[in-house]
Design a protein around this ligand. Structure first.
Ligand code: M6R
Length: 632
């Protein structure tokens, strides 16, 4: 019994290490009338946010040529022999690992013993060691330490007796775990196979061929027609055809979605980094998110929410789940739902929710918030909620992503593609959706009167212009970045609806500048963090004028100043008190208290960006981070 317990624990540990080391990658595939390499390189560069430790290419041209190495795609291109990579069909991969195992051998693509099968993979093969043992007994020779290589050899084993497609299907029936796969076979060069289970994968239909990729930005230059693959599906693509099957070989119907994201939307458009571009896109992103949802002085969610008036009236509680920045948005949502719509609301990390036995009453709504719609923990939490009979709604930025497919209702944030690893415009559009839902719920449940609803609608309509004015007047933010970019610690303090903004400001700084930062409710400072304050410590106060806690925050500012700390305050235009006390005041326009969080986060995003830029950080691809966390 005890031995069994330890075996399970060891296995879990091994798997958790494996999950950290071998996942979060980008894959691209092309088959068509054009040279494949330029398509693969440009597609992969648009996926570099998913992984940038190593990269590789396979071209299928009678035989399979694989070239790969460690480093970013630009470096890898310099190291490999590109003249060998000529052909009209190929696969490419960029890899992400937090530590260790970044070697040329472990870079993808991987091949079987005879170099007839090439494979690129994002995900984790959980039973890879058992499969590897069996394959070694059958004399297969492994060249890497990855779980992925097992699939190449497994397909090779089945291919001894079966055709390419059947070999892939049979191999995948033996595989446990998550995968987005691109597979090629030298004996059938006119075909690529894509397969998905719990890792994002799309197939693109273009005029000059077909594509596969982990994410949309990889393909926007070539097509806006996509098929979102489902779990346990295989797509067989040739230059002119797409066919989708289940693992039993049964043909499945599929829908081609046309997306109106432009190629330019996924490019930097003259900005130094995607993060900066995306910060500046917020007025447009919010306009598009509210557009069509505000009609004749009312909030309209058409059918997307999938809740009847009766169901809205009966909601007895809401559980908001998400990770990282999306979890911060959930905290703002809780404040608004409780304060205005009077609905008891709890916020949980998706990663915790999925492993508890949360109490879900018949009229509990579980709302998942996710930019990508592919965060593994959030998908799993949502599935758990659904299994327990809860009605589920997702707030998501990516059409057709996994989270949207497991939700009863979906409200899209219309932020457009977010490429920078640090989430910015996705966050403010999430807050916008939560605010619109608050108006809807408050109106239907009659917790606010007509005048209050009118003021809220008027308030959100003004937000895009107000953000534009914050962006225009960034002088003091840039000044603070110049003065304090060499500090090694900082505190972010806020209260009420702006406590989550303190958390978000600190997260942004950590992510892109690698400076240690902590967010706290301002009043908690005296219960511990105050011990850290001295003349080296910048303290950022989010202190817009409000009727609730403004005077208390003034007191907290005094406490920091009395201990020699440096105070950077976000205050409401016209505030005369804060500039007298703070070392630096960054003003945001006057708005409703609940909307102040959408405005206050913008200077904090800019502060993190400018500090990171001054430190020369790789802002769009911070070390150890990945845009889409498709593993636990
Ligand atoms: O795509 P999601 O919103 O589900 O992602 C959740 C987090 O991984 C994400 O917000 C992460 O914290 C960002 N890097 C924050 O900038």
């Amino acid at each position: 019994m005890l031995k069994n317990h330890w075996t399970i624990l060891r296995k879990q540990y091994a798997l958790s290490v494996l999950k950290v080391v071998f996942d979060m990658c980008g894959i691209v595939g092309y088959i068509g009338n054009k040279e494949a390499m330029p398509v693969l390189v440009s597609g992969l560069k648009n996926l570099e946010y998913r992984g940038y430790d190593s990269a590789g290419f396979a071209i299928i041209n009678k035989r399979i040529i694989i070239e790969k190495d460690i480093g970013k795609i630009d470096d890898v291109q310099k190291k490999i022999n590109a003249s060998l990579l000529k052909g009209f069909s190929g696969l490419a991969h960029c890899r992400w690992a937090t530590h260790g195992n970044v070697t040329k051998e472990n870079a993808h693509p991987h091949a079987d013993c005879s170099n007839k099968i090439a494979i690129v993979h994002n995900g984790i093969i959980e039973n890879y060691s058992e499969l590897k043992e069996k394959l070694i007994q059958k004399k297969h020779v492994f060249r890497s330490e990855t779980d992925t290589e097992v699939i190449a050899h497994l397909i090779e084993e089945f291919h001894k007796k079966l055709g390419f497609e059947d070999a892939v299907k049979n191999a995948l029936k033996e595989v446990k775990g998550s995968y987005a796969l691109g597979v090629a076979c030298a004996e059938e060069p006119g075909k690529l196979i894509a397969a998905r289970n719990e890792s994002p994968l799309i197939v693109g239909k273009g005029k000059n061929g077909m594509f596969l990729a982990s994410d949309i930005p990889a393909l926007l230059e070539y097509t806006n027609k996509f098929i979102y693959m489902h779990d346990k599906e295989i797509a067989v693509i040739t230059k002119d055809t797409i066919n989708i099957f289940d693992l039993e070989g049964k043909k499945k119907s599929f829908k081609i979605s046309t997306l109106n994201w432009s190629k330019e939307a996924a490019e930097k458009g003259g900005f130094k980094h995607f993060m900066l571009k995306e910060i500046y896109e917020q007025p447009r992103a919010i306009t598009e998110t509210i557009d069509e949802r505000l009609k004749n002085g009312d909030v309209v969610f058409e059918k997307e929410l999938n809740l009847t008036d009766d169901e809205i009236l009966k909601i007895d509680s809401i559980k908001l789940i998400g990770c990282g920045t999306s979890w911060h948005a959930a905290l703002v949502g809780k404040f608004m739902f409780e304060e205005l719509a009077k609905i008891p609301t709890e916020v949980e990390y998706a990663s915790e929710f999925r492993y508890r036995n949360p109490i879900l009453k018949p009229n509990t709504i579980v709302m998942a918030i996710s930019q990508s719609g592919e965060t593994a923990d959030t998908i799993a939490a949502l599935k758990e909620a659904k299994k327990n009979g809860a009605k589920t709604i997702s707030i998501c930025n990516v059409k057709g992503s996994s989270i949207t497919r497991v939700s009863d209702g979906v409200v899209y944030t219309r932020a457009g593609p977010e490429i920078g690893v640090a989430s910015t415009k996705a966050f403010t559009t999430q807050l916008t959706v939560l605010y619109l839902l608050t108006i809807l719920f408050s109106k239907k449940r009659k917790t606010l009167n007509d005048k209050q609803i009118k003021d809220m609608i008027y308030g959100i309509r003004k937000i895009p212009l107000q953000i534009a004015s914050v962006l225009n007047e960034d002088f003091e933010v840039v000044n603070c970045a110049e003065l304090y970019h060499k500090r090694t610690n900082s505190l972010y303090l806020g209260r009420g609806v702006n406590f989550p903004i303190a958390l978000e400001g600190a997260l942004k700084l950590k992510e892109v500048s690698y400076i240690h930062a902590e967010g706290y409710p301002a009043a908690e400072m005296k219960h511990g963090p105050i011990a850290l304050i001295d003349e080296h410590m910048p303290v950022v106060f989010i202190a817009p004028h409000d009727i609730y806690t403004y005077s208390k925050i003034l007191g907290n500012i005094e406490e920091v100043k009395a201990r020699g700390g440096i105070v950077i305050a976000i205050a409401t235009e016209g505030d005369k008190e804060i500039p007298k006390k703070a070392d630096h005041t960054i003003f945001i326009p006057k708005t409703l208290y609940t909307l102040s969080s959408i405005l206050a986060v913008v200077p904090l995003q800019l502060l993190a960006y400018h500090i990171a830029d001054k430190l020369g950080r790789t802002i769009d691809q911070p070390k150890n981070l990945a845009k889409v966390v498709t593993v636990e």
